[in-house]
Design a protein around this ligand. Structure first.
Ligand SMILES: NC(=O)c1ccc[n+]([C@@H]2O[C@H](COP(=O)([O-])OP(=O)(O)OC[C@H]3O[C@@H](n4cnc5c(N)ncnc54)[C@H](OP(=O)(O)O)[C@@H]3O)[C@@H](O)[C@H]2O)c1
Length: 274
């Protein structure tokens, strides 16, 4: 999802550079030797590492695979990049936090992931910090975009099938449009930023209020939405009840503030065919 939007945003932002996108067919990051050989052969200046096992409940049920892809896979990418002197931009997650702070998380707040996905992505952060000098780690959250399954498309699909939807109302975060995130990544690269940055669309909501906004903007607000608790929802992976990211470091260092999630959602929905 993010990778394909990056391939739309980066080439016009860096017209003098060659931007190459690889998917799992070109590079399986679980394979250490292949990953190192592939990246070495290309000799890039920057590796933007967005590949991951992103199914949060899947990770809970397949812990070994989660760590093989998100942890060890990231080690292979970091090792390969360090061998050819490339910078690494690594995408990480709000799920490295446990939610107990109840105030927007800063980059230097101590992580304490509640689920396997968060732990495996944090492992990835540690490998990147260990192997790559000047690496950039971008933590983001609640992504949706044009290229892939996401909460918005899932709500719209369910709304076509049912008259009543139940949506979790005790998790707070900031839905983030992958196009806006891709643009922020290009700005951070231009500023040669390094260290950890939090990047998300502005303002916060619960999945329930996000769901209501999706239905309203799609003209489907005749569908009834019932707020439920995470416990009632009964997903395998525990999620933080509050994982809003403080993005002031991004604003201070680059002048960029992402627009409110409701504006981004409106634009995204206008691109969908009903
Ligand atoms: N989605 C979110 O809400 C969210 C929130 C916070 C952070 N992030 C992070 O942001 C990044 C982008 O997320 P996204 O939602 O765009 O993810 P996505 O759509 O699931 O894309 C991840 C890609 O990685 C590929 N992949 C999986 N295993 C691989 C392997 N062993 N080698 C190479 N490629 C592999 C996947 O291929 P297959 O589809 O074939 O498996 C998929 O194309 C990820 O690092 C994610 O952890 C996402």
């Amino acid at each position: 999802m993010l990778g394909r939007d990056l391939m739309g945003v980066l080439p016009p932002s860096f017209p003098d550079e060659e931007v190459i996108g690889w998917d799992i067919e070109e590079i399986d990051i679980q394979k250490e030797e292949d990953t190192i050989a592939q990246i070495k052969k290309l000799g890039p200046a920057i590796v933007i590492h967005v590949a991951a096992y992103t199914d949060v409940d899947g990770c809970e049920l397949e812990g070994e695979k989660a760590f093989a892809v998100n942890g060890e896979g990231t080690r292979h990418v970091a090792l390969a990049a360090s061998r050819c002197g490339a910078k690494v931009v690594y995408l990480s997650t709000d799920y490295v936090f446990d939610g107990n702070k109840r105030k927007p998380y800063l980059e230097n707040d101590p992580p304490s992931p509640l689920n396997v996905y968060g732990r495996s992505k944090l492992k990835g952060e540690h490998y990147v910090q260990e192997w790559v000098k000047g690496a950039l780690i971008i933590r983001t959250q609640w992504l949706y975009g044009r290229y892939g399954k996401n909460f918005v498309t899932s709500i719209l699909r369910q709304a076509r099938e049912k008259q009543v939807l139940s949506i979790v109302n005790d998790q707070i975060g900031s839905p983030t449009y992958t196009v806006d995130l891709a643009k922020a990544i290009s700005v951070l690269i231009r500023f040669d930023a390094n260290g950890i940055f939090h990047v998300a669309n502005r303002d916060l909501c619960t999945w329930f209020t996000f769901g209501q906004a999706i239905l309203k903007l799609s003209g489907m607000d005749s569908v009834k939405v019932i707020p439920i608790s995470s416990k009632e929802c009964g997903r395998p992976a525990v999620r933080p009840s509050y994982s809003v990211l403080n993005c002031q470091k991004l604003s201070k260092e680059t002048g960029l503030t992402l627009r409110p999630w409701s504006e981004a959602l409106k634009e995204y929905i206008s691109t969908l065919a009903f």
